[in-house]
Each structure stands twice: as C-alpha cells, then as structure tokens.
Design a protein around this ligand. Structure first.
Ligand SMILES: *Cc1c(COP(=O)(O)O)cnc(C)c1O
Length: 368
C-alpha cells in the first residue's frame, strides 16, 4: 500500500514547540490587534527577509486589496492572467478594471514588452506576479512605470525569501504582498504581509487593515478588518525557526527532480536565472508536444498512481466568468499564457517529500 502524494503538504513543527506560545497568549490574554507576537513577528520577518517595514495581515488577498487601497489605485490596472485568481480578484474588490497582458513564454511572468500597448488614460498601476517565486523583469517594469507615472504592486505570494543580485526581491515596486497561506513556503495557517518602503506607508497600511481607525475616535478610510491574530503570529515565529531547514529540503528536492527529468524527452523544467536565490515554492514542468502523453493524460496517469499534481495555472484567470468578457481576456491577446496553461504541471514539492516519493513520481513521468 502506498500513501497518496499531494502537491503540497503544510509544514508543521512539533506540537510541543507551540505550547509555550499558547501558554503565553492564555496568560496575557491579548488575542489580536497588534499584540506582542504580532510585533515580534513583524520585526523577525523584516530581519529574515532583509526589508525595512512590513505590515502583517490576515491573508494575502486582503493584503493585495489593502495595498491597492493604500496607493489610491483606481481605473485600470495591468496584470497577468497567469496567476492564482486572487491577483485579479483584489482589483475587482477595489472597483478596478483588470487589463490582461500576455506572459513571457520562458519565465511565465508578465511580458514587459507587451505592457505599453495596454496602457490607456485610465491606467494607474501594474500588478505583476513573481510566478513560482521566479522574479519578474523588475527593471523593465519599473522603467515603464516611471515613464507613465504608474504605481507597481507586486503579488509576491510565491516569493518568500527570494533574492536577486541586489537583495530581497520584495524591495521592488511601490508595495509587495506576501501570502502565508498553509500551502506556501512560510505559513501562519492563514496570513500575509505588505512590504512597505517607509514607516509612513506602513502606518497607513496598519490603519487600513484596522477599519481605517487612526485613533480611538477617528476613522479616515473605509478600511477592512485585515488584522493577523496572535495565534497566527505566534505560529509564524515558531515556523520561522524551521524555515531555513525547510528551504534547504526544498532545494534538495528541486535539484533531484531536475537531475531525474533532464533527459526525459518532452519534459521541460522551468528554472529561475542562475543569479537568483529561489525558494522552490513550486516545481513546474512543461509537457511539450514531443512527450508521448498530453499534459492532461500525464496529470491523470499520476492521479491513477495516487500522485496529485496540480495544473497551476489552468484555467487562466482571464477564462473565469467574471473576466472572460473583457476585451483583454481574449485568447488571441494572450497566446503565450494560453499555451502555458495547457502545458504546465506542478509536481509535488514540500520538505517532507521523501526520496522514495520522488522516485515514485519521477518513475511515472519517465515511464509514460
Ligand atoms: C496564495 C496566493 C494568493 C492569495 O493568498 P491568500 O493568503 O491565500 O489569500 C495571491 N496570489 C497568488 C499568486 C497566490 O499564490
């Protein structure tokens, strides 16, 4: 009897290690609203990630919603259709019209050379995604943003701990938003954070995530309840103690996959540039035309072997009902994204994946 293998398995440190945190919460009776664990986690994450200011929030989606609100983004925002649906949903929640731009077929990130043609008089910002934790072409994007006075908000949900030549990838753009959902590299069960360039922006974000309260009696904006609780923040502090080991395990697994799949005709492993320190948050492969099976047939064959790979990102955001009718959502406008959505398969990767599990997965892919 073999065990099912899922695409991700949440990392959970030993329960005994969490109990002292719970005891502290039970004794000080501070459950939320920027308590001691919340403050500690913000500061620990700033140190770990190498950023100056960061505001925790209850999840990545509310982080995106709040980041857009903090920068007063309105009108149209240019974004990628090749992402998790929350990227675009955060725009709709602010009454903003998403405008989809195609991706670069090599990186699967938004193609900067296609952005300018999509800018109109109503465009106020660009919302790119560091897909799979592989950094966007941040310089090209910033150049366009500067030329047209647009803000840049990065959906950095996949990019925990990712660094380029200059440091944390989270320093780019006006704001970057992380997700700490259970399936992400670093998690707090549910959670997220907005990386801010200065103390003033962080304070504004902190007000917005607390209904817009700036003091006991003054509300300055229609803010939301986007606060992280003390339980989640405490878990984050514990998880942070284990995250280096988890990242090292992910790297080991990613390297083993790459080695094992290198000579499989028709299977192409996506890779970040060599100067990037990535986090192996996902292990995406592209199933090309010269592979004996279609992507969906390989997905099914893995499933028949109780291996649950995921077709991230299929369908494209642009194919969901609330986006489909938009002019920029037409497949003719998005040829590379449309092709990628039909070829990609994310193989299971998580710290507890054993070499035997990996052998089982690779065996199915090789033996097709
Ligand atoms: C996970 C994810 C989100 C949403 O984060 P939540 O914390 O689940 O709300 C947004 N964008 C991308 C690309 C994601 O993968």
């Amino acid at each position: 009897m073999t065990q099912p293998i899922y695409v991700a398995q949440p990392h959970l440190p030993p329960l005994e290690e969490f109990l002292p945190y719970l005891q502290e919460i039970w004794s000080n009776k501070i459950l939320t609203n920027g308590g001691p664990f919340h403050l500690q986690l913000e500061s620990a994450l700033c140190d770990y990630l190498g950023v100056k200011y960061l505001a925790l929030c209850s999840n990545g989606t509310l982080g995106l919603v709040t980041a857009l609100q903090a920068l007063n983004i309105t009108g149209e925002v240019i974004t990628t259709p090749y992402s998790f649906v929350a990227s675009s949903h955060s725009l709709l929640w602010n009454g903003i019209q998403p405008v989809f731009v195609d991706i670069d077929p090599k990186t699967l990130n938004i193609d900067p050379s296609k952005i300018e043609a999509a800018i109109t008089s109503r465009t106020t910002a660009i919302l790119p995604v560091h897909c799979y934790g592989h950094p966007c072409d941040v310089e090209a994007i910033q150049k366009i943003a500067d030329k047209y006075s647009l803000k840049v908000i990065y959906d950095a949900a996949h990019a925990f701990g990712v660094r380029d030549e200059g440091g944390s990838v989270l320093r780019h753009g006006d704001l970057s938003v992380l997700s700490f959902h259970a399936t992400k590299v670093f998690h707090t069960f549910e959670g997220g954070a907005i990386v801010c360039p200065d103390a003033e922006t962080k304070q504004h974000v902190d007000h917005l995530k607390n209904f817009g309260f700036v003091n006991e009696t003054t509300v300055v904006a229609a803010g939301i309840n986007g606060k992280m609780s003390e339980i989640n923040a405490a878990f984050g502090l514990l998880h942070l103690r284990h995250v280096d080991a988890a990242l090292a395990q992910r790297e080991r697994i990613g390297t083993a996959y790459r080695e094992a799949l290198r000579d499989v005709p028709g299977i192409c492993c996506l890779q970040a540039k060599s100067e990037v320190v990535t986090n192996y948050s996902y292990f995406p492969i592209l199933v090309e035309a010269d592979y004996p099976l279609s992507r969906d047939a390989l997905y099914q064959k893995l499933k028949d072997n109780d291996i649950h790979a995921r077709r991230y990102f299929y369908p494209l955001i642009a194919d969901f009902p609330m986006y489909r009718g938009m002019p920029s959502a037409r497949p003719e406008n998005l040829p590379s994204a449309t092709a990628a959505a039909l070829k990609v398969l994310c193989l299971p990767i998580y710290p507890a994946l054993t070499p035997q599990d990996l052998g089982r997965i690779v065996g199915v892919v090789q033996g097709a």
